[in-house]
Design a protein around this ligand. Structure first.
Ligand SMILES: [Zn+2]
Length: 429
């Protein structure tokens, strides 16, 4: 099928009359790293694969694959592994006893070209039975069903994009590692060591969470630390000898107030005590209390400063003789927009304009595996899947008309970044 270069029906695109033709980019110089002929070929391949994309999307959305549904996650992983092997990847499945297995595919590439890491995940946040109660549907230009937005659409787009990039430019692009992770929605506990090991020998990371509902890609994400504060007091009869008690609940109350005051000290910090528990009976001075805390910041220094402040509060309780233990249960470094990740944004903007639509980049407060790679200093760009909205909720949807343009953009970005000498090994900042 011929590519519809000037008629891509991305819903966020300007009117047809304003759309730039790929050979006449509006106001930008063409990205010389990908030729017009290559861009045209990529679009043709992606367009032709659209029916297969939708069939695979239905197949994957129809599997219950919440992070704790190992059988379902592994069923999705097996299909992804087969697809990656089918386009020339060397697939290794890293088994896990309770969580799903992690699928890693490696594609050999040109020596000295930028090495890419593509990050996708297999799991959803939904419990067993969701696929039956809210089955895949296509209507009014939208696909719906559990995980359609987060992130089956991006997962399949990444495979199709890599296939197109290799078909068009295979002999000239660098090594690509592709991770399909089974446990992103619970903080990637089993896959993070693998992702870190691969990121250590990667020049650029591309994450295929969906583009935002307004079409934006994601260049920065807040860092997140989840903490459990265990407050230890001393029990006593609340009426007979209350002076012998040390109330863990009173200390917890002081802590809640102090924790919620932290954001006032740093512009990007948020801090929320989301769970509080403690005590046994009204007539007993509480000897134990627990707080569960979500701390976020857009920059590493702010996150570290706020974290240090929390440890300081725990080390100096207000109630005498009470002690407070701090346990970090989840930790993601911020994904900050750096000078080098801004170059990735420039590539994406330029390539999108040549394909025929506009993208811009935004910051978001949620974490992804991009936080892991960016936290290691690897230039990282996220939100590279098709346009979708309302993730983690029954209303989640995918904009079907964004599949082709966004998949083509990702394929072109893989080629461009791979050929950009500023990202070649040894040229890092
Ligand atoms: Zn996701």
């Amino acid at each position: 099928m011929a590519p519809r270069l000037a008629a891509m029906d991305d819903p966020r695109m300007p009117a047809a009359s304003q759309r730039p033709h790929p050979t006449e980019p509006a106001g930008r110089s063409p990205d010389p790293l990908v030729s017009d002929a290559e861009l045209t070929a990529i679009l043709a391949i992606v367009e032709e694969a659209r029916p297969a994309y939708l069939a695979e999307l239905e197949a994957l959305v129809s599997v219950d694959c919440g992070s704790y549904s190992k059988a379902g996650v592994d069923a999705v992983g097996a299909r992804v592994a087969a697809a990656l092997a089918g386009i020339g990847g060397l697939v290794v499945v890293h088994p896990h006893a309770e969580l799903g297995d992690t699928v890693v595919a490696t594609f050999a590439g040109v020596e000295d070209a930028a090495r890419l890491l593509v990050l996708a995940h297999l799991d959803t946040v939904f419990p067993p039975g969701t696929a039956a109660s809210r089955p895949f549907r296509l209507a009014d230009g939208r696909a719906t069903g559990p995980g359609v937005a987060d992130m089956k659409s991006g997962l399949i787009a990444a495979i199709h994009a890599l296939a197109a990039a290799r078909a068009v430019a295979g002999p000239s692009i660098g090594r690509v590692a592709f991770v399909a992770n089974p446990d992103e929605e619970i903080g990637s506990p089993s896959s993070t060591p693998l992702i870190r090991a691969l990121a250590a020998e990667t020049d650029v990371a591309l994450v295929v969470e969906s583009a935002r509902a307004n079409g934006a890609i994601v260049s920065s994400r807040k860092g997140i630390v989840e903490l459990r504060l265990l407050v230890h007091g001393r029990a006593a009869h609340a009426g007979v000898e209350p002076e012998k008690g040390r109330s863990a609940i009173l200390e917890a109350a002081h802590l809640v107030t102090a924790l919620h005051a932290l954001p006032a000290r740093w512009p990007t910090v948020t801090c929320n005590v989301g769970v509080i528990a403690g005590g046994t009976r009204p007539n007993v001075v509480a000897d134990e209390a627990v707080l569960e805390v979500d701390l976020r910041a857009a920059t590493g220094p702010e996150l570290d400063a706020a974290l240090a402040a929390i440890h300081g509060l725990a080390a100096a309780p207000t109630v005498p003789d009470v002690t407070v233990d701090v346990v970090e249960t989840v930790s993601w470094r911020p994904m900050e927009k750096t000078a080098r990740s801004a170059v990735l944004v420039d590539h994406a903007e330029g390539l999108a304009a040549r394909i025929g639509f506009q993208v811009r980049d935004v910051a978001t407060g949620g974490a992804s595996d991009g936080n892991t790679t960016a936290g290691m200093g690897v230039p990282t760009l996220d939100g590279l899947g098709p346009i979708a909205g309302i993730p983690h909720a029954p209303g989640e949807y995918l904009e079907v008309d964004s599949i082709v343009p966004r998949t083509a953009l990702l394929a072109a970005l893989i080629v461009a970044v791979s050929r950009d000498p500023s990202f070649a090994p040894g040229h890092g900042a």
